[in-house]
Design a binder for this molecule. Structure first.
Ligand SMILES: CC(C)(COP(=O)(O)OP(=O)(O)OC[C@H]1O[C@@H](n2cnc3c(N)ncnc32)[C@H](O)[C@@H]1OP(=O)(O)O)[C@@H](O)C(=O)NCCC(=O)NCCS
Length: 157
C-alpha cells in the first residue's frame, strides 16, 4: 500500500471529502467555510491512494515559524502509519521553507495525537486553559513545539 500513496495540494473539489472525513474524526470539526478560507490563506494538502482521500494536513507559515493547524486521518484508516506519513511531509515542507520551529495546539485528552507529536520531537511548552469546547464544557489546549533548524543554522543565525 505505501507505494501507492501520494500527497498533493488540496483544491476546492476536495472539500466535500475533506469535510466528510473531518466530521467523523472530530467532535468539533472544521466547517466547509473554514476550509474554503484555509485554501486561500494556508498550505493544505491531501493524502490519497488512487484517488481515494485518506487524510489531510493544514500548515501556516509566519516568518520563520511553521504552525501545524490541522492533521487528520480518516477514522477507518487510523493506526496504519498514515498520520506519521502526513506529519513527516508537513515537517519536510516546513524545513524546505527554512522554518526554524513548528508549533501546534492539541487537546489535552487527545493522547493519540500527543503521542504522534512527541515521537517527532515536539515538546509541551504551554497550556491554554479551557481553549477547546467539549460536549460538557471546555478543555485545555497543550502548546507544543519542535525545532526544525539544524544546530549549525541556529548558531550562524
Ligand atoms: C492523530 C492522528 C492524525 C494519527 O494518525 P494515525 O494514522 O492514526 O497515526 P499513525 O498510525 O501514523 O501512528 C503514529 C503514532 O501516533 C501515535 N498513536 C496513533 N494512534 C494512537 C492511539 N490510539 N493511542 C496512542 N498513540 C497513538 C503513536 O505514537 C503512533 O506511533 P506507533 O505506531 O509507533 O505507536 C489520527 O488519530 C487522527 O486523525 N485523529 C483525529 C484527528 C486529530 O485528533 N488530529 C490531531 C489534531 S491536534
Amino acid at each position: 500500500m505505501p507505494e501507492l500513496l501520494s500527497i498533493r495540494p488540496m483544491v476546492r473539489d476536495d472539500l466535500e471529502a475533506v469535510v466528510a472525513i473531518e466530521r467523523r474524526a472530530f467532535s468539533h470539526p472544521w466547517s466547509r467555510k473554514l476550509y474554503e478560507d484555509a485554501l486561500s490563506s494556508y498550505q493544505c494538502h491531501v493524502l490519497e491512494q488512487q484517488g481515494r482521500h485518506l487524510g489531510h494536513v493544514v500548515m501556516q507559515y509566519i516568518f520563520d515559524e511553521a504552525h501545524l493547524l490541522n492533521i487528520v486521518v480518516a477514522v477507518e484508516q487510523q493506526g496504519r502509519g498514515l498520520g506519521r506519513r502526513l506529519l513527516e511531509f508537513a515537517l519536510e515542507q516546513a524545513r524546505q521553507r527554512s522554518s526554524v520551529s513548528c508549533f501546534l495546539e492539541v487537546r489535552e485528552s487527545n493522547r493519540a495525537a500527543y503521542a504522534l507529536y512527541e515521537r517527532y520531537g515536539f515538546n509541551e511548552i504551554d497550556r491554554r486553559r479551557n481553549y477547546y469546547p467539549t460536549t460538557e464544557g471546555h478543555e485545555d489546549a497543550l502548546v507544543m513545539v519542535c525545532t526544525l533548524a539544524d544546530e549549525w543554522m541556529l548558531i550562524q543565525g
